[in-house]
Ligand binder design. Sequence first.
Ligand code: GBH
Length: 483
Amino acid sequence: MGQITFLCVYLVLSLAQGEQINRFRRKIPDNILFGAGTSAYQIEGAWNIDGRTESVWDHMSHKKPCQIHNCDNGDIAADSYNNYERDVQMMKELGLDFYRFSISWSRVLPTNSPDDINEAGVAYYNKLINEMLKYNITPMVTIHHLDVPLQLDALGGWVNPNMVDWFVSYARVVYELFGDRVKTWFTINEPREYCTQQSSANKSGINEYLCARHMLLGHAKAYYVYQNEFKAKYGGKVGIVLNSVWYEPESEKDAEAAEVKLQFELGQYAHPIFSKSGDWPPVIKDRIAAKSAAQGFSESRLPEFTPEEVELIRGSSDFFGLNHYTTDLVYRNNSVNGLYPSPSYQDDVNVITYQPETWEKTIAPWHKVVPWGFYKLLNKIREDYGNPPLYVTENGCPTGPGLFDTQRIFFYRKYLNAMLDSIDEGSDVRVYTAWSLMDNFEWIMGYQDKFGLYEVDFNSPTRTRTPRASVFYYKKVIKTRKV
Ligand code: GBH
């Protein structure tokens, strides 16, 4: 009841003061599109319905003893498989220009053969896309968002070089099925997150780099499949989505450490695609080669790209897709040996990161509110990669349960302002995506951390959605185009 009262008061106040406040609010450039995002495993549910087979996340969340907070799983999640009409109604309520969602690979290709398309799974995405188009909401689609089909994971997932072709065949299938209506494609979401955290392959300081190599090749080949077979007909855009924290040096002496950290986390994937020269960042090549030699390897643990591969990957994205959530401080402590196991990805980077207690906390231990880090990261991308068109594909703030999410409102206001600061200096931001449209299965945190503009009642059979206060804020930003 208190929450409903709050919503009414908020609404009345914002209507009453709307015009007055508007005059002082900051204008958003006209070319920026606003949307919200989700991903398949995190919202769809229907994990074993209509012929879908398992992904790594079904397997992971069904393991005993439980690997996920509170033993949660995505079996039903927000049940978007059955709630797509309500989901589109929410997009409409918010006034979104677009909605970013992902396709479940094992729902569309349950046997991983491109000839065995699961019509029932395809029907779901058709219904969703067509419903969105009725209301002029543009679909932006992620082809692969962390949910590797279990059968392919059993073969090593992205550490296996065959994954490149398996992914490309899958990408071709979805371009064929939905390309007449979907004009913005994200090949792969957060490759580094998968390679260094989520891949079930042994983390050895070797597999992480094989995985990175294959994901970059898979992305680039899927990009060229679109260019060669679909672009003339459909005229859409294709790009990759990378995630990065902003790494701020703890003090001046740590500038090099922070740069190395950023190169490993973001540059490893961004440099091959977006830099003038292509290939791995020089600093990564040098560090891993030196470490490998000292460790007695006969060659670097970082696999090389052939000159043809460098050319294939370089320039293979129509825009820079960026997921950003928070900032860390970085320092290097050379007096501490054996901080990380050797060889390992962590040891190759060999820095320490943390967030000071004085920064604004949120419910998640990894997340603090640091808008100036977003500003610095956007500037760095503009400077290092020749000011590419930038799509902010995720930005958001976790809260606890409840509709009264003032922290999220202030988070969006601060981060949008930081984005405008960077745009004022010349950054070419075209797209902004709030994560997330609704509460969802937050990977190992299960349903504890809420990212939704809309609350989902995970105890109700219909997974009832209710707008949080931030819905009214975001809606107003979109409508008035002011922050
Ligand atoms: C995004 O990744 C994902 O693309 C999206 O699916 C997800 O819902 C969103 O983040 C919010 O988390 O719990 O201490 O192990 C952003 C990078 C990396 C941020 C993993 C959260 C968890 C740290 N994420 N991290 S911890």
